[in-house]
Design a binder for this molecule. Structure first.
Ligand code: MN
Length: 241
């Protein structure tokens, strides 16, 4: 029987998706090459009741880039969010943990970089083949773009994949992407037909929203004011203004 590994990750987020990819590769290389990794994407909802015990249904249960759970069924946890603990009891539970498999550091800009660093330093994992993914997760999650233009032009594979992860209407998109991100370069992933096709569609929508924001914004003393309530814009990239 293959070992089942449930990896819960922050969905519709480049960093969360990249963290799941890095963890799956780390686990297969350092613990069990035959592990059957299954992925569950999560998005932030109203506070409380984030974790349902039934989600931790595998032999190994993992959370990356998302809130802590004090469940005894949780095996691994990596996060960097300030809001990692839902309650003071959860924070205390984490402080008392002696498993050596739960990790938290809010000074990291991305969970992906944090996970890769811990895996290298404590578990002799080589993150070198995933260096590009790790670097881009840090840029995107930390909003460390060279310029606001770099964030909206989406002319490199990483920002194209980020658009697909953040804006796709297909709920299975991220779980399809994770194994690709774990094994291919970003340039290879960006030209996979299912990625390319989604990108084209979403980019068209993004280009339209850029045009709408451009025509309906005013800048006063360094502050951009815009009203897009009359237009069919379903959210727009925060770097456009
Ligand atoms: Mn993150």
């Amino acid at each position: 029987m293959g070992e089942k590994v449930r990896i819960c990750f922050h969905d519709r987020c480049f960093d969360g998706t990249a963290s799941a990819a890095v963890f799956s590769r780390f686990y297969r290389e350092r613990f069990n090459a035959a592990a059957d990794c299954q992925f569950t994407g999560l998005v932030h909802g109203p506070a409380g009741a984030v974790w349902d015990e039934r989600m931790f249904d595998a032999d190994v249960n993992v959370i990356v880039d998302f809130k802590y759970s004090s469940s005894p069924r949780l095996t691994w946890w990596f996060d960097h969010h300030q809001s990692a603990f839902l309650t003071p009891e959860d924070a205390e539970h984490f402080r008392r943990d002696r498993s050596g498999r739960k990790f938290y550091d809010p000074t990291y800009k991305s969970c992906t970089k944090f996970l890769a660093t811990v895996a290298e330093e404590k578990f002799q994992f080589s993150a070198a083949p995933l260096a590009e993914l790790v670097e881009w997760a840090d840029i995107i999650d930390g909003a460390q773009y060279e310029s606001p233009e770099a964030a909206v032009t989406m002319n490199v594979p990483a920002t194209q994949i980020a658009l697909v992860i953040e804006a796709s209407n297909d709920d299975r998109m991220t779980t399809r992407l994770i194994p690709e991100l774990a094994s291919r370069s970003l340039a290879e992933v960006a030209v996979l037909p299912f990625v390319r096709e989604q990108f084209r569609e979403l980019y068209q929508r993004h280009a339209n929203s850029m045009e709408i924001v451009r025509r309906n914004s005013e800048c006063h003393r360094g502050v951009v004011y815009l009203d897009v309530s009359d237009f069919p814009v379903e959210g727009y990239n925060k770097f456009i203004p």
